[in-house]
Design a protein around this ligand. Structure first.
Ligand SMILES: [Zn+2]
Length: 108
């Protein structure tokens, strides 16, 4: 009868550990642009959809929301998609995309 209510911050299940230390990551103005970024990445075929692992707990679970990045799995919206935020931030850090003045550009 495991009634696990504490929000466990586990990131060790199957995911390769990031080389970087787990510092609080700055999401470069990504939040307001998530949908735009997603659309542009989609058009540029720079995005790989992911299947949603139910083991990942989202701080905001919304059974009515669906996430495009997670192949429309219910539970969260793209705005709340931690995975996609990290994805976008990766692309910024790899200089595949840039965000300047509230606009996103694909560099690659
Ligand atoms: Zn998602």
């Amino acid at each position: 009868m495991g009634h696990n209510l504490e929000g466990r911050m586990q990131s060790s299940s199957g995911q390769p550990a990031s080389k970087k230390t787990m510092v609080q990551r700055q999401f470069t103005r990504l939040h307001a642009l998530l949908h735009t970024v997603f659309q542009m990445l989609q058009e540029a075929k720079l995005i790989n959809y992911e299947s949603f692992l139910p083991s990942i707990r989202y701080p905001t679970m919304n059974p009515h929301a669906t996430c495009d990045f997670h192949m429309r799995t219910a539970g969260h919206s793209l705005d709340e998609c931690l995975k996609f935020k990290h994805k976008g931030q990766d692309l910024i850090e790899k200089r595949v995309i840039s965000i300047t003045g509230g606009k996103m550009n694909i560099i690659a």
